[in-house]
Write a protein that binds this ligand. Structure first.
Ligand code: CA
Length: 497
């Protein structure tokens, strides 16, 4: 493990004195299965948390956990936007391999419902944990299928509180009016962003700001699991800070010095998440569970810089295969096994969570389960490279060429649209400024070939985001792998710059 970096040092020095320690009376029994809490933000930028060096947004609660755990500087998700990234988290496989490389569009419960969801032939992670005795909850955004057979309660979650679509408005007092008025008018398709929230299939009359509501429900799951003497797995999928940009006035006031209104609102939304994290940690302490709870915090994809986010020093934004598209802020806090104050620079993937959690929980891998990631916890605990010589991939289907990338060790090759292939050392050159393709043409060719071989494992998408996607696919004008991986583009790249 490399030395702490200066950008983090200030935060660590500042916070280590107020270190987040578990209750001293808490007993850590090594044989007790750990609780698992995944806190997933939606479209949170790499630079938008204190522990990653944010200078304008403050996240004191998250920072305390991060500096007392391990901060991952090279954590990747399996796709650069929402639905496919979440499908990967739940299945442990790249979304293209399970037919889920596109977002489900709004109100996908309305049409073609049988196909509009992640295939039930894939056993979701919570199902395996449920079978190992865990109390499993998903709180917040689902986005993996809205019709009954894809409902969270059918995919291994005992408890679901949230919404089935791809996002939601934040103030019940405002969105309820829109919903009720449209319902009264008989509007046929009401956008799911204004639907009432639900609890295990039953509509609820939520009154709190959504981020606060999701934090509150998470606290409830923690207390309930304790009461029932069950280990818990909670997947807390905040929709914040995804659009619409809507923050509480009191949270925005913390950021009065930020002049740009979008950024100020976004900052308030992140601050509400941070406040929630504080409440959750307090509940874990109160119930003597903090010591043996694995808390993983990350974002589902890169920040969207058109909507207030900042991915610095990474290049690019949500949706692309620059680092800013799919390299995300992440930390793991687990006092029982993982010593604090660590920075882990080796690349890891959100795909690694499925096998890591199952092993930590001593849960059985579902029969014939195929996984794209691996159990990284032993290597992380030892401070070693968890996936030497293993590539991390990203691919987004576009109209025309694909956006594509592969990282192995510190090297990454990428190609976007009809541009040439490029190669970077993304450990040193996070902003992807210096193309190394000309210096290492053979290495680059090998890596591109490896990515091309990975695409052989893909299956046909089970749904498309738009009719245009479907038309292009059926016509053979998507995904255009031949053109994407053609050698000519390599030569162009080598001669360019
Ligand atoms: Ca997202």
């Amino acid at each position: 493990m490399k030395l702490l970096k200066s950008i983090h040092l200030a935060v660590i020095v500042l916070l280590v004195t107020s270190a987040c320690r578990s209750n001293a009376t808490e007993k850590s029994n090594k044989s007790t299965p750990p609780n698992i809490l995944v806190i997933l933000c939606d479209d949170l930028g790499y630079a938008d948390v204190g522990f990653n060096g944010s200078t304008d947004i403050i996240t004191p609660e998250m920072d305390k956990l991060a500096v007392n755990g391990t901060i991952f500087t090279s954590a990747y998700v399996a796709h650069s936007f929402c639905g496919p990234s979440r499908a990967a988290l739940m299945t442990g496989r790249y979304p293209h391999q399970v037919g889920a490389p596109f977002n489900l569009h709004s109100n996908s419960s309305e049409s073609d419902a049988d196909n509009m969801g992640v295939t039930t032939s894939e056993v979701f992670m919570p199902k395996a944990l449920q079978e190992a005795g865990y109390y499993t909850s998903v709180i917040g955004k689902w986005h993996l299928g809205a019709s009954p057979k894809f409902h969270p309660n059918k995919r291994g979650f005992d408890n679901f509180y949230g919404f089935l679509g791809g996002g939601h408005n934040y103030f019940p007092s405002k969105y309820r009016k829109v919903y009720e008025s449209q319902k009264k008018q008989g509007v046929k398709i009401i956008r799911d962003y204004v639907f009432p929230l639900e609890h295990n299939g039953k509509e609820v009359r939520e009154t709190e700001y959504i981020t606060d509501a999701l934090s509150r429900e998470t606290v409830n799951t923690i207390k309930l699991a304790k009461k029932n003497k069950q280990p818990f797995f909670t997947y807390l999928a905040y929709n914040a800070p995804h659009v619409p940009l809507e923050a509480k006035t009191e949270d925005m006031e913390v950021f009065n010095s930020i002049k740009d209104k979008d950024r100020r609102t976004y900052a308030g939304m992140v601050y509400a998440v941070d406040r929630g994290v504080g409440e959750i940690v307090a509940a874990l302490k109160e119930t003597n569970q903090l010591e043996n709870t694995i808390i993983v915090f990350l974002s589902d994809n890169g920040g969207n810089f058109d909507h207030g986010a900042n991915n610095a020093p990474l290049k690019g934004t949500k949706g692309d295969t620059w680092e800013g598209g799919f390299r995300v802020p992440m930390f793991v806090h687990w006092p029982a096994k993982l010593k604090g104050g660590q920075i882990y620079d080796y690349p890891v993937s959100a795909l690694d969570l499925y096998p890591s959690f199952l092993n930590a929980a001593n849960a059985k891998l579902p029969k014939d389960k195929v996984l794209s990631g691996k159990d990284i916890l032993p290597a992380v605990i030892a401070g070693e490279d968890a996936r030497p010589n293993e590539m991390i991939y990203a691919l987004r289907y576009r109209h025309g060429y694909c956006d594509v990338a592969g990282r192995k060790g510190s090297l990454k090759v990428t190609r976007m649209g009809n541009e040439p292939w490029l190669m970077f050392d993304v450990d040193k050159d996070k902003g992807e400024k210096k193309n190394l393709g000309k210096r290492y043409p053979e290495k680059m060719k090998d890596m591109i070939q490896e990515i091309e071989e990975w695409t052989h494992s893909f299956i046909k998408p089970m749904w498309y985001y738009s009719a245009k996607d479907e038309e292009l696919w059926e016509d053979g004008r998507m995904p255009q792998f031949k053109e994407t991986f053609e050698v000519d583009m390599l030569q162009n790249s080598a001669s360019k710059r």
